[in-house]
Design a binder for this molecule. Structure first.
Ligand code: NI
Length: 171
């Protein structure tokens, strides 16, 4: 089942999400499957549970846009263990549709996380995968990519979004 994605302005996006305590449950499987479905339907490369109004530390990522089943990544209770180098590249967010900006991220990221069964694993990604993992883990800490921009750019985007909200074009 696909979920509705909540947009900037919804308080869940700015909350620190709760760690998953119970693994290998039908509820967790349904959440992860539904998040993949929602992400693919919206042509995203990553999605965090708070974006579907579930304040839990779960993210899904697929930098192949669904073309490579091996590219599916599920990170539950992820922790960043190593960041190396830097990259500057355009980033967007399904919760902030229509806005893309250059964001500086680490070029290479190593993450320790659990899968749906609760098994711990480590994954290292570079470039887009590293960017996506950093972006999605930010979501679990209530951080949106706007917070990585200059105050000037951030305020400009927030002003534009406020206009859209007033016009009823942002819900
Ligand atoms: Ni996002």
């Amino acid at each position: 089942m696909a979920y509705k994605i909540v947009k900037l302005g919804h308080p869940v996006l700015e909350q620190v999400a709760e760690p998953v305590q119970q693994f290998d449950t039908p509820e967790l499987r349904e959440l992860v499957d539904g998040m993949f479905e929602t992400m693919y339907a919206n042509k995203g490369v990553g999605l965090a549970a708070p974006q579907v109004n579930v304040s839990q530390r779960v993210t899904v990522i697929d930098t192949s846009n669904g073309e490579d089943p091996d590219a599916k990544v599920v990170l539950i209770n992820p922790e960043i263990t190593k960041l190396e180098g830097t990259q500057l590249g355009e980033e967007g967010c399904l919760s902030i549709p229509g806005f893309r900006e250059d964001v500086k991220r680490a070029m290479k990221a190593t993450i320790r996380a659990r899968n749906v069964k609760g098994e711990e694993f480590e994954i290292t990604g570079e470039e887009l995968l590293a960017r996506a993992m950093q972006h999605e883990i930010d979501h679990l800490n209530g951080i949106l990519f706007l917070q990585h921009l200059s105050a000037l750019k951030r305020d400009l985007i927030r002003r534009k979004i406020r206009k859209l909200q007033k016009a009823g074009e942002w819900d």
